[in-house]
Design a protein around this ligand. Sequence first.
Ligand code: M6R
Length: 366
Amino acid sequence: EKGGFDHFMLKEIFEQPTTIFDCLRGRLDASAGTIRMSGVDDNLDMLTNARRIIMVACGTSWHAGLVAEYVFEELCRIPVEVEYASEFRYRNPVIQTGDVIIAISQSGETADTLVAIDKAKEQGAFIFGVVNVVGSSIARVSHAGAHTHAGPEIGVASTKAFTAQLAVLYMIALKLGYAKGTIGMERYTHLINELHMVPEKVATVLESSSRIKELAEKYKDSTDFLYLGRGFNFPVALEGALKLKEISYIHAEGYPAAEMKHGPIALVEETLPVVFVATKDAYHEKLVSNAQEIKARRGKVVAVITEDDPVFTEIADDTMSVPAADELIAPMLGVIPLQLLAYYIGLAKGLDVDKPRNLAKSVTVE
Ligand code: M6R
């Protein structure tokens, strides 16, 4: 049942070229330049006229919501908030007509997310579910939705569900942006093509797994890690840190790279690996100087880079490369080496990567 892999987590990481393809299939047609999603098409007025979109989720699904915040604001010019379901449900949130809630959940059974959307629904919000498990509670409570079609995810650490959530959220943002006219035909078509190429590019990243396994051996005894990224890659830094914590029990924190100076830089010393999510985008030069600041304090720089990046290769102690992609789409690629790094470090430490201590696959109690 693990398909020849040692663990479900590894199998699920390696399934991603297929699961992302399955998620796009029947929806995104690159040659026609179209995206069809009935949950969006049937509610297009409601969605394009949203005053505000609130992403509600927990854990890794919350990180997908955070990527979506950047993407929706960029492409659709709709203000977006991203809420931890547990906070949202208890604080008497202001909900107004015209608010759209996007509930993101792999299991569709996370108690906090479910109660949060129930409450928002009572107050008149429109609920759109981005859920993996068909027929789950969150899928049933939602007014409309789009399934992620990633197949059953067994490993406690969410991997393939995350990239499928991103694929769905990108498609929704593209459809809304195009329908609203906040992006033109050219950018719409370009991003459709970029999404279409993701499964193949993810497969390329997976080919470098043995290199990442070596890095895991090298860094497995570190007691702390810092993960930094900016813009679309900031949530990827958070997700990389969460994966490492769950699977290897190593303390890890994710931060927006520029926040480093406001505190975390105090942690930097020779023994601290700092993982930069540094694929080529508008922030690249800024990340280069952030990495130089880490080196100047003798920290170790490990970087996820776009292949052929001589500048970062020169600064970093170690690199993991991914194929070039549009900066909006890059999180789908940049997260893959970080999933692998967490897996191989957990493995090198002899831990139960599929069932890490104290964690449940779905958190159905608060
Ligand atoms: O099933 P959900 O997506 O609602 O679950 C949310 C979180 O519990 C989940 O992402 C959790 O953080 C994972 N263990 C992350 O790997």
